[in-house]
Design a protein around this ligand. Structure first.
Ligand code: 3HC
Length: 693
């Protein structure tokens, strides 16, 4: 029973009760239908109120049930809505806090809607690659009008209840008791007949064809690889061009089509992956967290400045520490410049800018940062430099302060061992630009305290980041995997491809940027420094020397005016460089390789499967807790195409035996030893299982 039934005088109140957000799963739907039937059968009841318990009216259909038999089992959402709409006694939806998707569709099937102000009203299905599938595309335009309804359905964005007067028969005072007020409303309208039904209304929009055509063109241009937004337009169009029942039938058909698409499955995967990433099996949800009311950041360079901005944006005061006044001034000026640029774009008010800058102070002395609740170190990526910093932090920081390192590759356990409080040390690996990128890799050292980990996870939410936990290994989840991707990119150059072809193939697949454009943006010298260290430590690992040769030419990337490509001032476009391409061809000849034509398909497979195979090793070693965490890292930190759901999800959709077959094929080619399938991949492929089961 996930809906409660109570009678208040002559009004029956059905309260959806399926925490956390009253998703309309089968059990809830069944209980709600029963409630309506019970109320109709009771002569003492004159009207019915439907509301939701806890923190939502309803978050919509239960997305955990999608693609399971429960989703279609009767009573369906359609049946529930039809039961409410055809009831012979008035049904009132009493809305508060959150009313989304199927929840809003249910309320549109009710005869009346009342609400508290501030309730978030949305048809967000498009964000899951879907369209409202329980009459929403037909009823919302009948209530709000064509244009506002189309905007809500195509964007999926929430609108506050008080901004939608056409949707509600009454909006109560903010401090009203929703049930008591709704019951009073129901008593008032209990005897009114006929019962108003949204389905009986008409959508009037003069010259609707021109508007719809304009919408199709605009939405098509914005939708990218996702089919749902355009399907939303077509189904909303049906609210004008078709009879109500035909429109609902058409909507259902398009919904059933979309729910099977990989794009929708990928979006739903990402929705749950983001939420589950904050759950760590041995760190229960009630683990106490440490209060983070102040922060310090060591290093005012690009990374340190970006990290500081995250805290400032969240209202947490920051002390920025540098060794030289000049560097400190430059760091603070850059932060101000970034905020001023947001101000110019209208994304920030002057008041907010002043507020944020007011929370920032600079210092050259460690003595000034000792009282911070957390300190994040963002200094040069070298263990000896980190050692100096952490020994100093151990001296000056108050007991209980969290000591975080922004290292992207170094051993967090070694860094923790520079202190006498390894339980307080954790990795917080931000991604550049740190004030923009969503990903925060949270690196759990072997001695990191559970409360420190729980605090870092809570902090990531406060900073509006997607926190993903990684164990300690060289490069953690993201950079360890990208190394294999970069290796393949290098081998592809040796065998016959040029940077432009590799990048174009990767970008056509959906990557925000191909590997070589990415290298030019990040700085090829960074990878060079890492390779010098890594391949001295691991001489058995082969890699293409092409990128080293590029660096030897002094071509570090955009910052030196050119890398794999040339760049022109005021333009981020990449122009192929003849000398670089000649160097690549010469290098193949030096290696005795006869260059061949490589297909885009091979390029994409080799880049992506290299990620997948390393991801499988990472999963097997317990560095990542689950495959979906790896997907989150790639979706939020490395520009992996969202519509493909992340590398591990993508491999699942391709089929693991197919991935394996391709890897075996490449194992017979140039540098084939790089393709040693991870035992987990072999096992899952053999058992017909998936990474994300
Ligand atoms: N079904 C099942 N579970 C849901 C859910 C849903 N519709 N919406 C949220 N949840 C779960 C989340 O997975 C999470 O679970 P967890 O605690 O186990 O991790 C929990 O509810 C809380 O979610 P959030 O962390 O997102 O909590 P917030 O308070 O920040 O946000 C929310 C609440 C605004 C409802 C947000 O969760 C949200 O946007 N949910 C998606 C709503 C949605 O897309 N609804 C449409 C569903 S499709 C539909 O209705 C089809 C119909 O047209 C036929």
């Amino acid at each position: 029973m996930t809906a409660e039934y109570q009678v208040h005088g002559a009004v029956a109140v059905i309260t959806l009760n399926n925490p956390p957000v009253n998703g309309m799963g089968l059990v809830t739907r069944t209980a709600a239908v029963k409630g309506i039937q019970q109320a109709l059968a009771d002569d003492a009841v004159k009207a019915i109120v439907i509301t939701g318990a806890g923190k939502a009216f309803s978050g919509g259909a239960d997305i955990k049930e999608f693609n399971t038999p429960k989703a279609l089992a009767e009573p369906s959402l359609h049946t529930l809505i039809a039961t409410a709409e055809s009831a012979t006694k008035p049904v009132v939806a009493a809305i508060h806090t959150v009313c989304m998707g199927g929840g809003l569709e249910l309320s549109l099937g009710c005869h009346y809607r009342v609400a508290l102000p501030g309730a978030q009203i949305a048809l967000p299905e498009v964000k899951l690659g879907l369209l409202p599938g329980a009459g929403g595309t037909q009823r919302l335009p009948r209530v709000l009008g064509l244009e506002p309804a189309l905007n809500m359905i195509v964007s999926g964005n929430p609108v506050s209840s008080e901004k939608l007067p056409a949707l509600f028969d009454e909006i109560f005072a903010a401090d009203a008791d929703i049930v008591r007020s709704a019951v009073a409303f129901a008593e008032k309208i209990a005897d009114l007949r006929p019962l108003p039904k949204v389905r009986d209304r008409k959508v009037d929009y003069p010259n609707h064809e021109a508007f719809l055509q304009f919408s199709r063109n605009t939405v098509k241009a914005m939708a990218g690889p996702f089919p749902a937004p355009l399907e939303c337009v077509e189904t909303v169009a049906a609210s004008v061009t078709m009879k109500f029942d035909d429109g609902v039938k058409f909507e259902r058909e398009r919904f059933m089509h979309l729910i099977q698409t990989t794009e929708s499955k990928a979006l739903r995967h990402a929705f749950f992956a983001e939420r589950v990433a904050s759950k760590v099996p041995d760190v229960p949800a009630d683990t106490p967290v440490r209060a983070i009311k102040s922060a310090a950041v060591i290093g005012a360079g690009m990374m340190g400045g970006g990290i500081a901005m995250n805290f400032l944006n969240a209202g947490i005061p920051v002390k920025l520490l540098e060794t030289r006044q000049e560097a400190l001034d430059k760091g603070i000026a850059t932060i101000r410049k970034n905020y001023e640029s947001s101000l110019k774009k209208g994304k920030l008010t002057q008041e907010k800018l002043d507020q944020r800058m007011g929370l920032l102070s600079g210092t050259l002395s460690y003595d000034d940062i000792g009282q911070a609740d957390i300190v994040v170190e963002a200094v040069f990526e070298e263990l000896a430099v980190k050692e100096t910093v952490f020994r100093k932090l151990d001296e000056v920081m108050k007991p209980g302060a969290i000591l975080a390192t922004n290292t992207s590759t170094l051993d967090v356990d070694k860094i923790a061992a520079f202190t006498k409080r390894p339980q307080d040390v954790i990795g917080t690996h931000f991604f550049s630009p740190a004030n923009v990128m969503k990903l925060l890799e949270i690196v759990r050292g072997k001695e990191t305290g559970k409360d420190v980990l729980a605090t870092a996870l809570a902090l990531s939410k406060k900073l509006k980041k997607t926190g993903v936990v990684s164990g300690v290994c060289d490069g953690f989840i993201g950079n360890r995997m990208i190394e294999q991707y970069s290796r393949q990119a290098g081998f592809l150059l040796e065998e016959g491809a040029l940077p432009e072809q590799v990048d174009k193939a990767a970008e056509k697949f959906g990557f925000a940027m191909g590997p070589f454009r990415m290298g030019d943006l990040a700085g090829n010298d960074i990878g060079w420094a890492i390779r010098k260290r890594r391949y001295v430590e691991k001489p058995e690992i082969s890699y293409s020397k092409t990128a080293d040769l590029l660096c030897e030419m002094g071509r570090y990337g955009q910052k030196t005016g050119g890398g794999w490509y040339d760049y022109q001032a005021g333009d981020r476009k990449a122009y192929p460089n003849e000398a670089v391409n000649a160097m690549i061809v010469r290098h193949s000849a030096d290696l005795g390789i006869a260059r061949r034509k490589i297909s885009d398909e091979e390029i994409v497979e080799r880049l992506v499967y290299a990620l997948v195979n390393e991801g499988a090793l990472i999963l097997e070693e317990g560095i990542a807790l689950r495959a979906s965490d790896i997907d989150m890292v790639y979706l939020t930190g490395y520009g992996f195409p969202l519509h493909r759901g992340g590398p591990m999800f993508y491999a699942d959709t391709v089929g693991l035996p197919n991935v394996l077959a391709a890897m075996n094929k490449y194992a017979k080619g140039h540098q084939g030893q790089a393709w040693r399938p991870a035992p987990l991949l072999l096992k899952l492929a053999e058992e017909g299982k998936l990474f994300n089961s």
